[in-house]
Design a protein around this ligand. Structure first.
Ligand code: FAD
Length: 451
């Protein structure tokens, strides 16, 4: 066995960030990664000539964002795309009503104003909610108080349901009333012209990463840690575990001795949702130019409701839609062609025969992937925001956890993974790691290597 100071398990954003920081500090670090690539849930498919981000796409809010600071120092080109399940309105959107009829600009504006008004009421209702109440409970209370007619209430209820599904991958009746408290957006949002996985790939360049090393056991003692994989054993003074919460909950990694309640409790209480993506490329555009999003309300949008125009990235007319929460799980039982046929049915309800057969398609399956076991973490009833940070340890001074689910400020994001990797590195080193210096170091190393 080679001697290492620290073993990092997982080469996603949290893992490569932590490993690089430890390596920069002169530690001997090895990264054990089960897959044959870096990036984890940041995964860009470039086989079709354009970058299709099958995992994360967005930086959700670029103000006061350490992640955005990193993107800027690395000089990575982005595209403003401030829209999504987070925003009721804000950018140009095309709306269809519950019968599948195109809504006028005035009707669209009225719907946005009504939904935003209920959303503001919801903030107060959540603040006064009782422990154990779900997001469905507080939504109903806000809708009851809105004074809107029954049809509008149904549309807004459905919008809130879809928002929970997209942001948490969960059913609205399972999410804690406070489950979206940490999901505020500061500033514009952006997506990536060259693919999001450029970030972990550039951080990881030159690290000692062992691919195909599936970790099955982490043992700890006063003298350090021993990590068992399907191929062998590694030992070190400390270990940073960055595998997704879904993998930890699934129990495929044994901890010896078992994790203490302070860490095992949060892991058990936090939830993991499913959020899948479907990209469809069409021979011709059948939707209007300039609209970020096509959104179907009411019955027309019961299953498939939001289509994002990502043609600017692909150069070919391309729509992205999501299957999240219960629909996301159900979708995983179907074949890819069955899923696409169902999406096309919904689109044809809006645009009729103008919707041609796609020329290319991508359908993800994050819930069934053994290395993610879900898409991202959320807060079911019974869990608290404190559980995220509590799940990071450390345990006995030698076992640390990082990853999106361990960062309470904005869990379920790339930014959370980045910050959690930074925190783990600081804990292992026992001192501060300067983020601007870290980012500048990546660029300096690239310059030296390209000479
Ligand atoms: C479809 C989808 C869309 C998303 N959209 C966005 C978005 O737009 N914006 C945003 O900010 N966030 C988004 N996210 C969330 C974001 O991708 C994650 O929060 C972030 O990438 C998690 O990074 P991580 O390092 O914590 O975990 P991961 O990236 O999952 O890294 C963990 C690593 O551990 C490895 N691993 C797992 N088990 C083992 C094992 N037993 N042995 C060894 N290695 C193992 C995995 O292969 C993986 O490489 C999205 C996620 C999904 C799935």
């Amino acid at each position: 066995m080679e001697p290492h100071d620290t073993i990092v398990i997982g080469a996603g954003m949290a893992g490569v960030t932590c490993a690089r920081m430890l390596g920069d500090a002169g530690m001997r670090v090895v990264v054990l990664e089960g897959r044959d690539r870096v990036g984890g849930r940041m995964h860009t498919d470039r086989t079709c000539g354009f970058p299709a981000d099958l995992g994360a796409s967005w930086v959700h809010g670029i103000e006061d964002s350490p992640l955005w600071d990193l993107v800027r120092v690395l000089g990575i080109p982005t595209l403003e795309y401030t829209v999504g399940s987070f925003q009721v309105g804000g950018r140009m959107m095309t709306h269809f009503d519950g019968d599948g009829a195109l809504m006028s600009a005035a009707a669209s504006a009225q719907w946005i104003a009504d939904a935003e008004a209920v959303d503001r009421m919801l903030v107060d209702v959540i603040a006064r909610s009782f422990p154990g109440e779900t997001y469905a409970d507080v939504t109903e209370r806000a809708l009851d108080a809105s004074g809107l007619d029954a049809e509008r209430i149904d549309e807004i209820r459905e919008f809130f349901r879809h928002r929970v599904e997209e942001q948490c991958g969960a059913w609205i009746g399972d999410l804690d009333a406070h489950g979206l408290d940490e999901d505020g957006i500061d500033g514009d949002e952006v997506i990536f012209r060259r693919g999001y996985d450029e970030i972990p790939a550039r951080i990881a360049a030159g690290l000692d990463i062992r691919f195909g090393e599936i970790v099955t056991r982490v043992s700890r003692s006063a003298s350090g840690v021993r990590v068992t994989t399907t191929r062998g054993e590694y030992s070190a003074a400390s270990v940073v575990v960055t595998v997704p919460l879904g993998v930890l909950k699934g129990g495929s990694i044994a901890f010896d001795p078992p994790l203490p309640d302070e860490v095992a409790g949060p892991i058990a209480r936090l939830g993991v949702g499913v959020f899948n993506k479907i990209f469809l490329q069409f021979p011709e555009r059948f939707w209007p130019e300039g609209s970020y999003l096509i959104r179907a309300l009411g019955e027309a949008g019961e299953r498939w409701h939001s289509w994002y125009d990502v043609s600017a990235i692909s150069g070919i007319p391309t729509l992205l839609t999501f299957a999240a929460g219960p629909l996301g799980r159900h979708m995983q039982q179907l074949t890819e062609d069955e899923v696409v046929a169902d999406v096309l049915l919904a689109l044809r309800n809006l645009y009729g025969d103008a919707v041609a057969q796609p020329i290319a398609q991508w359908v993800t399956n994050w819930g069934d992937d053994p290395f993610s076991a879900g898409s991202y973490s959320h807060l079911p009833t019974g869990a608290s925001h404190r559980d995220h940070d509590a799940s990071s340890g450390p345990v006995d001074g030698v076992l640390h956890f990082a990853g999106e689910a361990t960062w309470g400020q904005e869990p379920a994001t790339v930014g959370a993974a980045y910050c959690s990797g930074h925190r783990a590195a600081e804990r292992v080193l026992g001192r501060r790691v300067d983020l601007p210096a870290f980012a500048a170091g990546i660029v300096a190393r690239e310059r030296t290597q390209s000479r």
